[in-house]
Design a protein around this ligand. Structure first.
Ligand code: CA
Length: 471
């Protein structure tokens, strides 16, 4: 009886302790409708691949608030485990101030790496000696003029490039390269990796409306061509398959030919332009897609498994925003738990507008907790009038802190910040940070302090944090 009473006291006591610590906070935590995005930034049109022991993600940088008129600068996100992603600086210096979209995967040929971004609306081959860059325009001077330079990928007989976007390259087992682009166009690419064959084929598909964001891959002798339909909240992927050649002919599968579509129950909208990748040496395939996000060019990218039926047809993807977790084991340190967080201000809840689907309902909240929830879809942001912009992490007790990793909002525009620490939350000392504007994510500080509280004061760059990890 005594034992039961003791257990009762312990359980109730512990519950009350948790209750007093978390009850108010739990009530205040809003829903994160953006889940576990692949990287802590807005990116679209992601092409993902494993090169050596590293995952590379080439993509359009979103989140610059100018709709289709702009993009962020080109960067390449990298990860050893598929969970922790980083980039440092631009991967294509001459394209930093251009409208840079949909770079495609990096393909290795002629001892170099090629990507095929759409810059200011035209497709360019770009080349580098490393998949990290720096990439240069592959033909002629590494200078971009509007509307285009002579170094565009596609040329008609009079030397003018036809309109076309979203190049994606496939190299078959015999070494022949093919290029796929907007409106279901495809052609052979010559060995120089920049000249397109004059025989341009339009892939025959059941859906014949506008299409972009092509994906092409081969599995067990079968060629798969994936193409988008629609856009916005109604973005979808459909596919055809064939065994003869990368140029076709292809057939629609016997079952559903739609791979991804809006899931209203889960409130996931318009899964579109992304890529398919395989971990070499396995039969594990993954489907990366952009989601409608915050509308316009404010999208994030997610990854789900891609699975096949016995006859080789693709199963419709059970679209989620949960993520696929680590794809490779790496040694990782345990994060210090943050028991409370507060900030100089909190931006008001944003109601996101639909772009044609009145069933779309979504709001975004910006509470400090979202910088510590382990989710790349949620973030803390202060009000736009907040001229200071600080965020505090409370570790609950005074502990040793060895490292801080900060993933700021709009990291490609660069940040400077001050990192402070405190044992009482009142008296603060500077421990790190930097004054110069650095374009990278995360911003890492190696520390040797004992502290209960840490504080970021953002001095340059967009004020906001997707995630802040302390070790
Ligand atoms: Ca977050």
């Amino acid at each position: 009886m005594k034992r039961i009473l003791l257990l009762f006291i312990l359980v109730v006591g512990y519950s009350l302790h948790c209750f007093s610590q978390n009850y108010i906070k739990r009530q205040e935590i809003p829903v994160n409708p953006f889940g576990h995005a692949l990287v802590p930034d807005m990116i679209a049109d992601a092409s993902i691949q494993l090169i050596g022991d590293t995952f590379y993600c080439y993509a359009t940088t979103d989140g610059y608030d100018q709709g289709l008129n702009t993009s962020g600068p080109p960067v390449v996100w990298k990860s050893k485990d598929f969970v922790n992603w980083c980039f440092v600086g631009t991967c294509f210096p001459s394209a930093v101030k251009q409208k840079y979209w949909a770079p495609s995967k990096a393909v290795k040929a002629n001892g170099k790496y090629y990507i095929y971004p759409t810059i200011n609306g035209f497709m360019y081959p770009a080349v580098a000696s490393s998949p990290d860059g720096p990439f240069n325009i592959a033909v002629g001077r590494d200078t971009l003029y509007t509307p285009y330079t002579s170094a565009t990928l596609l040329k008609t007989k009079d030397g003018k490039p036809p309109y076309g976007i979203d190049a994606e390259i496939f190299i078959d087992d015999d070494g022949q390269a093919y290029v796929y682009w907007q409106w279901r166009h495809t052609a052979k690419l010559q060995a120089d990796m920049v000249t397109v064959d004059t025989n341009v084929v339009t892939v025959k598909t059941p859906q014949t409306a506008y299409s972009e964001g092509p994906i092409f891959f081969k599995r067990k002798g079968v060629y798969y061509y994936l193409y988008t339909i629609g856009g916005g909240e109604k973005y979808q992927y459909a596919y055809v398959m064939g065994k003869q050649s990368p140029l076709g002919p292809f057939e629609a599968p016997a079952g559903s030919n739609i791979i991804s579509t809006t899931n209203y129950d889960r409130e996931i909208y318009g899964p579109g332009h992304g890529s398919v990748f395989n971990v070499p040496g396995t039969d594990d395939y993954y489907f990366a897609f952009l989601e409608f996000g915050r509308g316009s060019t404010n999208r994030q990218t997610y990854v789900n498994k891609l699975e096949f039926n016995e006859d080789g047809s693709i199963r419709p993807v059970d679209i989620t925003m949960i993520g696929v977790g680590a794809l490779k084991k790496t040694k990782t340190n345990r994060k210090l738990p943050v028991v409370n967080s507060y900030a100089s201000s909190i931006r008001a809840v944003l109601k996101i507008k639909h772009e044609g689907d009145s069933l779309f309902h979504r709001t975004e909240a910006f509470v400090p907790y979202f910088a510590f929830d382990g989710a790349n879809g949620s973030r803390w942001m202060p009000t736009s009038q907040d001229s200071v912009g600080w965020l505090v992490a409370d570790l609950g007790n005074i502990v040793s802190v060895k490292r801080s990793e900060i993933y700021f909002v709009r990291p490609t525009a660069g940040h400077a910040y001050q990192l402070d620490y405190s044992v009482d939350g009142t008296n603060w000392k500077l421990c790190d940070g930097h004054d110069d504007l650095r374009m990278e994510s995360p911003h890492t500080d190696n520390l040797k302090i004992k502290a209960r509280y840490l504080r970021i004061i953002i001095t340059k760059g967009v004020k906001g944090v997707w995630e802040w990890n302390l070790y």
